[in-house]
Design a protein around this ligand. Structure first.
Ligand SMILES: NC(=O)c1ccc[n+]([C@@H]2O[C@H](COP(=O)([O-])OP(=O)(O)OC[C@H]3O[C@@H](n4cnc5c(N)ncnc54)[C@H](OP(=O)(O)O)[C@@H]3O)[C@@H](O)[C@H]2O)c1
Length: 348
């Protein structure tokens, strides 16, 4: 049996439950699968929350669980994978060996183009914090011609996939005023770039120190999340918003809902500012506002993202680079919140 280096999640807990295994069994591709040699893998909040078991269960918010429920161990985390096909299983074209690929990490409910994700590589199946990973052949997308580096490609699937899901589900288009919360983070910065690229006027909510990065990504204006948001928007003459792309949740919802125009949209994909909220439902229904829950992306959303990646029309900001063995330090950097952009592991 082949062996590989992998960082193995052995239980829910702190960074100490991540164990570097130098001789982990190398997976063998089954029919319709490929073995991908991982070149780069990015870090996401979901890896940390899954390690901690921080998602709770219905009726038991403090239960230890992954995003779809209880996890099985050992598990290799990491949903963001750029690499090269090393081997193919039966029923896969052997000419694909050597192909540079970007992996769609979603495990979909069914085969349709618009199926919602019901699992994620690194959570419900082994992911990319290892030298090799097996994935369904159709989830390993050819990016041979992309001008993006492996690290830039690896920064895309979870953060930009989620951002694309938000932009597409909310139907954000040219000329619209869009407010993005958590705008300096992985998902937020991606929404800023994607919405601005569509011609939307983007306002980013961020801490003061990261404002410049959010403006560089394409926002026309930023507001400081530590100050009164409504007052800042009013002062800037930005008090009529077509859509809010939100990864923060918490008290922002009650504050900002009255600024959303009639039949505007509020798309929400995260809750860094608090998952349990209270707001006046009358502001929602009396103004025909659509509240959209958005988890990751569909196959169609990912295809749009792949097109941008192949043409080099989107370039993620890389805030830190680490070796595979330094995953715990990479997660600490990520969780420290002192950066704009993605943290990436390079796997030589
Ligand atoms: N639904 C999905 O499919 C999906 C996928 C990926 C991520 N997520 C979720 O989306 C959220 C963001 O993920 P991410 O990877 O972008 O995280 P991230 O890179 O850590 O970014 C989060 C940003 O939120 C801001 N922030 C932190 N605490 C805040 C608070 N209390 N109030 C307002 N803003 C705050 C920070 O920026 P400043 O300090 O500059 O304000 C930070 O840059 C998380 O909840 C994550 O679990 C969901």
């Amino acid at each position: 049996m082949g062996r590989m280096k992998a960082v193995v999640l052995t239980a829910h807990g702190g960074p100490e439950v991540l164990v570097l295994d130098d001789a982990h069994p190398r997976p063998v591709p089954e029919a319709h699968e490929v073995l991908v040699r991982v070149c780069a893998a990015a870090v996401n909040n979901t890896d940390i929350w899954t390690r901690q078991g921080a998602y709770g269960l219905p009726g038991d918010p403090s239960a230890l669980a992954g995003w779809r429920g209880p996890l099985t161990f050992p598990r290799i985390q990491g949903g963001d994978i750029a690499g090269v096909i090393a081997e193919v299983g039966a029923e896969v074209d052997p000419a694909r060996v050597g192909q540079r690929v970007l992996v769609d990490p979603a495990l979909y409910r069914d085969g349709s183009r618009n199926a919602p994700p019901v699992g994620l590589l690194g959570s419900e199946a082994d992911g990319g914090f290892a030298e090799f990973v097996t994935v369904r052949a159709e989830q390993a997308h050819d990016v041979t011609g992309s001008p993006l580096t492996d690290e830039e490609l690896a920064a895309l699937p979870v953060a930009y996939g989620t951002a694309m899901g938000m932009v597409e589900r909310a139907g954000i288009g040219a000329g619209e005023t869009v407010l993005v919360t958590g705008a300096s983070g992985g998902v937020g910065l991606a929404v800023v770039q994607l919405a601005a690229a569509r011609g939307a006027r983007v306002i980013g909510v961020t801490s003061a120190g990261k404002s410049a990065d959010v403006l560089t990504a394409g926002a026309v204006h930023t507001i400081d999340r530590a100050q009164d948001l409504v007052e800042q928007l009013g002062r800037a003459g930005l008090d009529r918003i077509d859509a809010i792309a939100d990864v923060a949740g918490g008290p922002l919802i009650a504050q900002l809902m009255p600024l959303v125009r009639d039949d505007g949209r509020w798309v929400i994909a995260g809750a860094v500012a608090g998952p349990v909220v209270e707001f006046d439902l009358r502001r929602l229904y009396l103004h025909n506002i659509t509240l959209i829950g958005s988890s990751m992306h569909t196959r169609d959303h990912f295809a749009v993202l792949l097109d941008l990646a192949r043409r080099g029309e989107i370039r993620p900001m890389i805030a830190g680079r680490y070796a595979l063995a330094d995953l715990a330090a990479a997660q600490e950097h990520f969780a420290g919140q002192r950066r704009a952009g993605k943290i990436v592991l390079s796997v030589p």
